[in-house]
Design a protein around this ligand. Structure first.
Ligand SMILES: [Zn+2]
Length: 267
């Protein structure tokens, strides 16, 4: 398969730079020692291999199992207290949500009830103070500082379709054009939503967002299908990337051209 989407790993992955090096202290060696004893010193500074107590870990995981990792896709950094305030005021869910802490643009959120955790992770992303908050359930053995967000799953609306073209298989193909299709919001019953079709699609948040595409109709004419992304309120009209506006854009036209080429290659 030549398609880069299919061969690429989508998900929140840990950076390859985080791999444990065979010589983790090599760059930390004192320059005087390096000249005379450079082969012996780094290994002498390793501590022993430790293991955690499994029972203790199990108890810890009871707490972390109620947590989600949040990533804020915005040019701003939010303090823990600011995010806590925004969530406390805006979210109407069954139980309490506590912002546990922050590392860079990643936050950990603890949910009192698992059903709230599941709902907030599966129906996101969410908008907080105009920023996009992407949630994913915590899983064991993650090192937060090494995480990279390779995709986000968003709800995309397809507007401009004649009604007879509003059927699941075509919407699924449209979703596949955007990234990796996850699911469709569709029920075979009346009344139904005739204004647009709605699909959940995994997209690369670091590339320009696709604004729409042409659909050829059976009479040979073409119509423009516009893509609208739910809860994404801040989209740069210069580069098309989420999280900032034109006034805050730091991309030059060469960068944008390159990103558009990558985006076309994906589609
Ligand atoms: Zn921009």
């Amino acid at each position: 398969m030549d398609d880069p989407i299919l061969s690429r790993e989508f998900g929140w992955t840990e950076s390859s730079e985080s791999d444990v090096s065979d010589v983790p202290f090599a760059s930390d060696v004192d320059s005087d020692l390096q000249s005379s004893e450079e082969d012996e010193v780094p290994f002498a500074r390793h501590g022993p291999l430790l293991e955690a107590d499994l029972e203790e870990l199990c108890m810890q995981c009871e707490f972390w199992g109620h947590c989600a990792i949040g990533f804020i896709l915005d040019y701003r950094r939010f303090s823990v207290s600011h995010l806590q305030h925004l969530i406390s005021v805006a979210w109407r869910i069954r139980g309490a949500v506590k912002v546990v802490g922050r590392d860079s643009s990643f936050y950990i959120l603890h949910f009192e009830y698992l059903e709230d955790l599941n709902h907030m992770c599966s129906e996101g992303p969410w908008s907080v103070d105009g920023a996009l908050l992407v949630l994913e359930k915590w899983r064991p053995n993650l090192v937060i500082s090494n995480l990279q967000v390779n995709y986000i799953a968003v709800w995309v609306q397809f507007h401009g379709l004649p009604v007879e073209y509003q059927y699941p298989e075509l919407a699924e193909r449209m979703g596949q054009c955007m990234g990796v299709f996850e699911k469709l919001d569709w029920e075979d019953r009346l009344p139904c939503n005739i204004r647009f079709m709605r699909a959940r699609v995994r997209i690369d948040p670091w590339l320009p967002m696709v604004t729409g595409f042409m659909l050829r109709l059976d009479d040979g004419s073409r119509v423009w299908i516009q893509c609208r992304y739910e809860r994404i309120h801040k989209l740069c009209i210069k580069c098309g990337i989420i999280g900032h506006t034109r006034g805050q854009c730091t991309h030059n036209m060469d960068d944008i051209e390159m990103m558009l080429v990558r985006q076309r290659f994906r589609i």
